[in-house]
Design a protein around this ligand. Sequence first.
Ligand SMILES: Nc1ncnc2c1ncn2[C@@H]1O[C@H](COP(=O)(O)OP(=O)(O)OP(=O)(O)O)[C@@H](O)[C@H]1O
Length: 257
Amino acid sequence: MSHTLALNNYTIYAGQTRLIHNISLQIKTGEILALIGSSGSGKSLTCCAALGALPHGLHQSSGSVIFDDHQITHEQLRGHTISTIMQNPRSAFNPVHTMKQHALETLTIGKQIKTDSYSDVIVKTMREAGLDQPEKILSLYPHEMSGGMLQRMMIALTMLSGSPFLFADEPTTDLDLVMQSKILELLKSLVDKQQLGILLVTHDMGVVAKLAHRVAVIDQGQIVEHNSISTIFTRPAHPITRELVNAHLSLYNMALE
Ligand SMILES: Nc1ncnc2c1ncn2[C@@H]1O[C@H](COP(=O)(O)OP(=O)(O)OP(=O)(O)O)[C@@H](O)[C@H]1O
């Protein structure tokens, strides 16, 4: 079943300073929307606002999340409608909980179900997320795992949660190139095979080119362009988009016409 998630009219202030102005984005299941922009343009704040997790001291003057035409609360969406994976996976785990505790918590959150019978599901899902020896990993604490393993575990937890949408904020930045490529392949396969919808925040235009279906470009807290991947790379409309595409193409001694 296909779903739509719309972030509507988000505006955020720090005191009198407006950081995000009237941002709206729409994501469908089975596709990846990349949110790109230079450092400090407002990518992470947009995600945080939609998740109801704004840093202390910031104020949201407008904004709502609409799931399949119904407005939903942050409590309803976190872990149910939207899962998250972030740049530093270590910070997303409870340091005193094992992977098994995290997995069981994800499976049972908000549900009155017995947890004993779920080991098979967890082990199978971890294997699908590329974690070898899942039984062994389940007994580990976060500090006993590498960044790449933790990111795979985050993806396994996303799969276990059954959330139709994922916010992935720089999900591969902290990983080596081989692991980056494996994690990106895994995300792509979740979109293709399980119809996950992803909002992908990234600086990396190579990642955008490889994964995204559509691209939204943010500059100084506003969406300045929203287009298909082919248009973004062949006929970018906004100067900021041209700059980002040209910076990427220059790696290959190429430039836009
Ligand atoms: N807690 C805060 N208090 C005040 N200003 C903030 C706060 N958090 C972020 N900002 C400001 O809001 C703007 C957008 O920040 P945000 O973290 O969303 O940028 P970003 O596009 O995700 O950047 P990066 O790519 O470097 O992660 C920046 O100007 C930043 O300085």
